[in-house]
Design a protein around this ligand. Structure first.
Ligand SMILES: Nc1ncnc2c1ncn2[C@@H]1O[C@H](COP(=O)(O)OP(=O)(O)O)[C@@H](O)[C@H]1O
Ligand SMILES: [Mg+2]
Length: 238
């Protein structure tokens, strides 16, 4: 699987890092004005690491997460996944790579309202070409893993905020990604549910050996991480 997308890609000598970002710049151009959001950020992520991106609103945390997660291309700089330059891929290959290797959780669950919990969780597996029966079995198991037995056939409007976020996490994990990106995953939850989801992330890391990259502005959540990167003025602050 690891070499599935390796053919014909430009590669740096493989550093041993799971991911490496080199000198990332991002400028948004709106009309005549230019907004420099990221100004030369470099970062290495080891397999099974848990890192946190912390910073005030507008600091560029989501922009950086989206670039690391290959959802957006930088204005300059490179991102490597196991030594492969991800942005040398075509959009189509990149989408497939992302669906197989990366999971995403956002502040708002972004579940499809017309689909049940299990159907929402199945979706990335179906997109990856997994047979429907197999995708359903995997989705049911992930929902169980999330403590959502008995909620599989519920629709999003029949679930609580904490449950919705668990379904979204199950959906992020169904293709067994190597890295999980989460952007303010507890930002929309009450403090009790927020704490439960925080603990869940660290359980996932322990049980699945998954690498975690989490954006938050919650200092208490950030302090649970062994490595914290403070984003300020488009750079990492001390
Ligand atoms: N697509 C975009 N076009 C123009 N400006 C953007 C876009 N996305 C984000 N920005 C701006 O970039 C800055 C950083 O945004 P963001 O990365 O979302 O910050 P954070 O997640 O730290 O709150 C903000 O000033 C925001 O308004
Ligand atoms: Mg943000």
């Amino acid at each position: 699987m690891d070499n599935q997308f390796g053919i014909g890609l430009s590669s740096a000598p493989y550093s041993g890092y799971l991911m490496e970002a080199k000198n990332i710049f991002k400028t948004y151009t709106t009309g005549a004005s230019e907004l420099k959001v990221l100004n030369g950020i470099s970062l290495q992520i080891q397999k099974k690491e848990a890192i946190c991106l912390l910073g005030s609103s507008g600091a560029g945390k989501s922009t950086l997460l989206q670039i690391l997660g290959t959802l957006d291309r930088p204005s300059a700089g490179e991102v490597f996944f196991k030594g492969q330059d991800v942005f040398s891929m075509s959009d189509e290959d990149l989408a497939s790579f992302r669906n197989n290797k990366m999971g995403f959780v956002f502040q708002f669950h972004h579940l499809i309202q017309e689909f049940s919990a299990v159907e929402n969780v199945m979706l990335p597996a179906l997109i990856a070409g997994v047979k429907r029966s197999e995708a359903k079995e995997k989705a049911v198991n992930w929902l169980k893993f999330m403590g959502l037995d008995g909620r599989a056939e519920h629709f999003p409007n029949q679930l609580s905020g904490g449950e919705l976020q668990r379904v979204a996490i199950a959906r992020a994990l169904i293709n067994d990604p190597e890295i999980l990106f989460a952007d303010e995953p507890t930002g929309n939850l009450d403090s009790e549910n927020s704490l439960k989801i925080q603990q869940l992330f660290f359980e996932l890391r322990q049980k699945l050996g998954i690498t975690l990259v989490v954006v938050t502005h919650d200092l208490q959540f950030a302090n649970l991480f062994p490595r914290i990167f403070k984003v300020k003025d488009g750079r990492f602050a001390q």
